[in-house]
Design a protein around this ligand. Sequence first.
Ligand code: CMP
Length: 147
Amino acid sequence: MERTFVMLKPGVLQRRIAGEVIGRFERKGLKIIAMKLLHMDKITAEVHYAEHKGRDFYEKLLAYTLSGPVIAMVLEGNEAISVVRRLAGSTSLADAQPGTIRGDYAACTRLNIVHASDSPGSAEREIGLFFGKGEICAWEDGNAGWF
Ligand code: CMP
């Protein structure tokens, strides 16, 4: 099992589509093992997007990220990092395929609705930036309490 970090950007809450977006990950069978709603502070946003510092879109990316609350999540599943990246779709507006989250909901590359870790190293770093160990709630299938 692999863990990955996902952030639903401010546009998700603003457009009232959190349930739809989270539902796509759940329908695929990914397990939510941590989730929180937060208004990110500037330092956390700068650390999170440090690799993009200096790019022409960096300041606007930070402004968007800080413009409202985000939903941070840790998802677990087989090959979760690449599965989530495929569900999210390409970063670039022109390349994001219909049927992917970005392909269906994003109208601008910078405002591309979701962030998802791109490697095991990023996943570990990003999970650690947003969640303490005690906030990860690992659980087993088979005890849903339906019966
Ligand atoms: P994300 O997956 O959160 O990681 C970095 C973010 O920078 C990316 O999604 C986009 O929101 C933004 N980004 C990346 N490339 C560009 C670009 N060429 N123009 C504008 N924004 C970009």
